[in-house]
Design a protein. Structure first.
Length: 135
């Protein structure tokens, strides 16, 4: 995956971020992922007055991808965007869900791209979740 493709996903994540429902925190998040099949899926966060019922952008994109491609879906890359000058590294729950549908093969490992205060970071899933939970 080249940087141009990642930048395109970043743009899509930034666009879908505008649809986020965040009346409580005002913290809008957008996510765009590309699957191994080449399909692109989008998600934004949806808050709820009962905070535990809030849905993260990353998991919304992933569950939509599963609904379309099925449970064998694998993420090639996922891009996450929040507002300017903020870190958009996925929360722990999202990291675990991303890992569940990731590829860990050395040459094809799933990439996670997120914005930081100084630009964009692109990391392998094993770098942001080195000790994933698995049975």
């Amino acid at each position: 995956m080249d940087i141009e493709e990642i930048n395109e996903l970043f743009e899509k994540a930034a666009q879908v971020r505008e649809n986020a429902y965040a009346p409580y925190s005002k913290f809008k998040v957008g996510a765009a992922l590309k699957t191994k099949k080449g399909n692109i899926f989008l998600g934004c966060n949806v808050e709820n007055a009962a905070y535990d019922s809030t849905l993260c952008a990353e998991r919304n994109a992933i569950t939509t991808a599963i609904a379309v491609e099925g449970t064998q879906m694998k993420i090639q890359v996922i891009a996450i965007v929040v507002g300017e000058c903020k870190l958009a590294s996925p929360c722990g729950a999202c990291r675990q869900v991303i890992s569940e549908f990731s590829n860990y093969n050395k040459d094809e490992e799933t990439l996670v791209a997120f914005n930081t205060k100084t630009g964009m970071e692109v990391k392998k899933i094993s770098e942001i979740l080195p000790y994933r939970f698995e049975f």
